[in-house]
Design a protein around this ligand. Structure first.
Ligand SMILES: C[S@@+](CC[C@H](N)C(=O)[O-])C[C@H]1O[C@@H](n2cnc3c(N)ncnc32)[C@H](O)[C@@H]1O
Length: 478
């Protein structure tokens, strides 16, 4: 069965390989391809496969193949069918059609039946797809996951990178052991389609390992020692707690730039073009921050680490405050750490006492366990190892969530490492206070080495991992 047959590329191949056409069932939402497909002598029905689910659609097919459409929640199709799709797939994922096709086809498979799809590879790692991954783990044996060549579909203007996934339906509590003990073939990205049959690297991994990383990430090519670290070390949330910040609903009205910052210069230039005094951008003096009328405000993401001058202030007038959404139970004004929620790398900065933060691109964190100091935590989070854990493994997009940070592993440090890291971090901060462009590469190299050695002593990291961190996850990688 092909649930979204399109021009029939798979049908053509199946017939070429000797499958009887009367055994092949095809569907597509696009009725106009009926004539083309029926020429193959196979059954065709025009239907919206995602929505046309009836009691007898379940457990019906022995084999399902497909290249499901990749439409996201902004697409006309998903928007139009939102209510219906949410009703059917809402518990798993009602945002991306390819994810819904995976679920839909697993439902349609007989027990023991096999599914082979080529889809976007983003469901393997993105935290938004964790329920899909759990659904697969609870209902299937994963036979193989192969990362298809980069730019496979670029001739069709499709930029998402693809994965091929082969599953066997094996559901229910009674089959849990079989699923967990299953050995999966995991194949890192191949160079060309020629490599599909006989790929150069095939990693064999027990399926239960897909419970080891946070959010059941379907990892590919992550070192065994790193998996062990995630399995055995306590989570960062025992030591550091993140909080979503506040909303002013009108930043132009309530947020001012602080005099002598770049932002103040930008505001001055803009204000020259604005005649209405009520619409002008606000600029305050540095000393105004000492009054009760203004609070330092953090609302920016980006890759900057350790320290960044505060450039914005929040209007703390009683009347203004009434307009804000300020979450309760968030320990604003405490000393802590700001982590960029949107950034190409993991970036943590010192947050002095007294600050408020926004709910969007900057996330405030407070240290829970006083045995860990702020400078040590900054060194740890800004190290190449943690950049790899957070951005290379947990979330390889530009955004990172509180749950992702808190799910990172952490081990205890020895006194010597702690003291040296703290000293290096304090020096970076002091130098950046004088010169925001201060080049701290040498300090960073030392921090990266110290953190790597500390973790390597416990988990026997291979030297190849250090090379990978230096080359792909350090600030001096270029
Ligand atoms: C990426 S194409 C795959 C076609 C074919 N398998 C191939 O490889 O050439 C996706 C097909 O899905 C169909 N389609 C999109 N949404 C659908 C839906 N909800 N139900 C059934 N078919 C759908 C489209 O009409 C299109 O033909």
């Amino acid at each position: 069965m092909d649930p979204c047959v399109g021009p029939g590329i798979f049908v053509n191949k199946l017939i070429e390989f000797g499958i009887d056409s009367y055994q092949i069932f095809t569907y597509d939402i696009n009725a106009s391809i009926k004539g083309e497909i029926e020429k193959f002598g196979v059954s065709f029905k025009a239907q919206d496969t995602l929505i046309a689910l009836y009691p007898d659609s379940y457990n019906e097919f022995d084999f399902i193949v497909g290249n499901p459409p990749y439409l996201n929640k902004a697409s006309a199709y998903v928007r139009k069918n939102k209510v219906k799709l949410r009703k059917i797939y809402g518990k798993i994922n009602a945002h991306e059609t390819y994810a819904m096709f995976i679920v839909n086809s697993i439902w349609r498979l007989k027990e023991g039946g096999k599914l082979g799809f080529i889809t976007s590879d983003s469901f393997l790692t993105l935290s938004t797809h964790k329920n899909l991954r759990r659904f697969i783990l609870n209902n299937c044996v994963i036979n193989e996951i192969l990362l298809a060549p980069k730019n496979l579909f670029s001739s069709q203007n499709v930029s998402t990178s693809a994965a091929i996934i082969i599953l066997t339906k094996c559901s229910g509590q009674k089959n849990k052991k079989i699923r967990e003990k299953n050995i999966m073939r995991i194949i890192p990205r191949v160079n060309s389609e020629e490599d599909y049959r006989d790929p150069k690297i095939v990693n064999e991994t027990e399926q239960k390992k897909y419970n080891s990383l946070p959010f059941n990430i379907f990892f590919i090519g992550v070192e065994e020692e790193i998996i062990e670290l995630f399995e055995n070390a306590p989570k960062l949330d025992n030591y550091l707690k993140g909080y979503i910040g506040m909303h002013t609903h009108n930043n132009r009205k309530y947020i001012a730039a602080i005099e002598e910052t770049e932002l103040a210069e930008v505001f001055k230039r803009r204000n020259k073009r604005i005649s209405d005094p009520n619409r002008k951008y606000k600029i305050i003096l540095k000393k105004d921050l000492e009054s009760i009328r203004w609070k330092p405000y953090l609302k920016r993401g980006g890759a900057e680490q350790y320290y960044r001058p505060i450039i914005e202030a929040l209007d703390w007038d009683e009347e203004s405050k009434k307009n804000y959404d300020i979450p309760v139970n968030v320990p604003f004004e405490q000393e802590g750490i700001i982590i960029s929620g949107v950034s190409s790398r993991l970036a943590a900065r010192y947050m002095p006492k007294g600050c408020y933060w926004d709910s969007n691109k900057a996330i405030g964190f407070i240290i829970r366990d006083k045995t860990i100091t702020t400078p040590y935590m900054l060194g740890l989070l800004n190290s190449s190892l943690y950049n790899y854990l957070a951005k290379g493994i947990i979330n390889n997009t530009n955004s990172i969530q509180i749950t992702g940070i808190q799910a990172l592993p952490i081990i205890s440090t020895d006194n010597e490492t702690k003291i040296i890291v703290e000293k290096l971090v304090n020096e970076i901060i002091r130098n950046k206070e004088y010169n925001p462009n201060y080049d701290y590469t040498d300090h960073q190299k030392k921090i990266d080495d110290l953190i790597f050695d500390l973790y390597s002593n416990r988990f026997n990291f291979p030297l190849s991992l250090k090379k990978k961190l230096d080359k792909e996850f350090s600030i001096y990688r270029y």
